[in-house]
Design a binder for this molecule. Structure first.
Ligand SMILES: Nc1ncnc2c1ncn2[C@@H]1O[C@H](COP(=O)(O)OP(=O)(O)OP(=O)(O)O)[C@@H](O)[C@H]1O
Ligand SMILES: [Mg+2]
Length: 459
């Protein structure tokens, strides 16, 4: 196996990180080169960065940790990347003695979004790894608390984690409300990242969600055991617009499938799907059956006290090629009454909208549910004020939530309270309507099934 070593060189510009990317012909890569037999890989990496970019100011502030790619080049090569910060902005290409000219044709300092677009697939997991490391401070408060503090782990949970750490694919965590699904998912992420697996978590619980604000379905890629499973800023989100899956089964199933595909494309080896507690009754069974049908998970991790979901598990095992780990519910699992759940959500909204501003968006971006607003002359603002909105990009991923403040018929614009940055504001292509209003104090008000909204189907 041929080992190359290089460095993901990053530089902070204003508040955001930029990555140095080099192009030789049409191939983009970080500075790197083959490790000589006499050289330590980190020395090769430093030498290559100096030769290929002229950068010598390197601060290995995250330590000498590194990420290796999967074998490429016919399975004969592996590249290892370290990560370092620089304050040098200027890049100079020097003449490569063997070529008689510089090795590279172009360099760029790129933001995370930009580098992902240019990157070959082989480097995507390296980029994700670097991104989660350099943005770690946003998790600091959670890390201090210790990801697994206060969690009790049974022998069965440990055995299941050990077994799936050797497998790849999709793993579905199921159980009734408060059975410990989120706790188990968090433990699995921790266990698998410790086993050097690249893992993604999809949180399908739109009410008591841990990835992103309530009403959304979030996905996060993990390469580092210290990353938190509780953040308002996951890597990707979809907008559901309600705090319960009931009435939104289609949106949830589609969003989960899209997220699972995305996670696998980004290089996730294991995708943990933390499902909602809706599993009993007709709606619950439909939701889980369709999810299994579409996602084809390798295993279900089913939390049961006795046999409350056994009928569903047996049916799924017979009909689909999915195996199940039947796991006990911890004696420490606590039931949370609706009032506690509501307070959890309201705290999340308050935190999410804390640093928001009002932006104006044209009527033309409103999704089909709100189309008629733009034509009706008699829309009453008090009927729609504070309505929750999903500001989505061209692929229908959620860029940010918004709360409707004004509906300006003269300007033909919506005034929306949102934490969206002006840079991301330009990416908004669709405004989806939620099913709830969020009042300034974070309080939720349901506008049942949109029935209290002005007529919402174009004629
Ligand atoms: N193994 C455990 N050790 C300690 N506490 C636990 C354990 N399992 C669950 N709990 C506690 O029980 C409560 C419910 O657990 P959790 O949130 O994981 O359940 P859930 O199934 O995800 O719930 P929901 O249906 O709301 O999504 C939480 O307060 C959690 O801390
Ligand atoms: Mg949960």
């Amino acid at each position: 196996m041929i080992l190359s070593a290089g460095i993901v060189v990053v530089r902070k510009e204003t508040k955001e990180w930029k990555y140095l990317f080099l192009r030789a012909y049409k191939n983009w890569d970080f500075p790197k080169g083959i490790v000589e037999s006499t050289e330590a890989p980190i020395e090769t990496a430093k030498r290559e960065v100096k030769e290929e970019s002229g950068i010598t100011d390197l601060n290995f502030r995250w330590g000498d940790i590194f990420k290796e790619t999967l074998p490429y080049g016919g399975g004969k090569k592996i590249a290892r990347y370290y990560i370092a910060e620089t304050s040098q902005c200027t890049v100079t290409f020097s003449i490569n003695p063997e070529l008689g000219r510089p090795e590279h044709h172009e360099y760029r300092w790129l933001f995370y979004d930009e580098i992902k677009k240019l990157s070959p697939k082989r480097l995507l997991t390296t980029i994700e790894w670097a991104n989660s490391l350099i943005n770690q401070n946003r998790y600091e408060s959670f890390i201090k608390e210790g990801a697994l503090k206060n969690i009790s782990i049974s022998r069965e949970w440990r055995a299941a984690a050990e077994a799936i750490s050797k497998e790849s694919g999709i793993f579905l965590v199921v159980g009734v409300p408060d059975s410990g699904k989120s706790t188990l998912s968090r433990y699995l992420i921790h266990y698998l990242t410790h086993a050097s697996r690249i893992v993604a978590l999809i949180d399908c619980d739109v009410g008591q969600t841990h990835l992103g604000p309530p009403t959304t379905l979030g996905m996060m890629l993990y390469t580092n055991p210290t990353d938190t499973c509780d953040t308002l800023q996951p890597d990707h989100m979809r907008f559901i617009g309600a705090t319960s899956p009931t009435g939104h089964l289609l949106d949830i199933v589609v969003a989960t499938k899209k997220m699972a595909d995305k996670a696998l494309n980004l290089g996730a080896e294991a995708v943990i799907v933390n499902t909602s507690g809706l599993i009993l009754g007709v709606a619950g069974a439909k939701l889980k059956l369709n999810k299994v049908d579409l996602l084809c998970p390798k295993y279900m991790l089913a939390l049961q006290e006795s046999s409350e979901i056994e009928h569903l598990l047996t049916y799924l095992e017979k009909r689909h090629t999915v195996s199940t780990f039947r796991l006990p519910i911890s004696e420490h699992a606590r039931k949370r009454p609706p009032e506690v759940r509501r307070r959890f959500r309201e705290e999340k909204y308050r935190e999410y909208f804390r640093e928001s501003q009002i932006v104006k968006m044209p009527f033309s971006q409103i999704g089909p549910q709100g189309y008629v607003w733009c034509r009706e002359r008699n829309v009453r603002i008090d009927a729609i004020k504070h309505l929750l909105l999903g500001l989505c990009d061209s692929e229908n991923y959620l860029l940010a939530l918004g709360v409707l403040q004004e509906f300006d018929l003269e300007e033909r614009s919506l005034h929306i309270l949102t934490p969206l940055s002006s840079k991301d504001g330009e990416k908004v292509r669709a405004i989806q309507l939620g099913e709830i209003k969020i009042h300034p104090n974070g309080q939720e008000e349901y506008v049942h099934g949109g029935k209290n909204l002005p007529n919402s189907i174009p004629n």
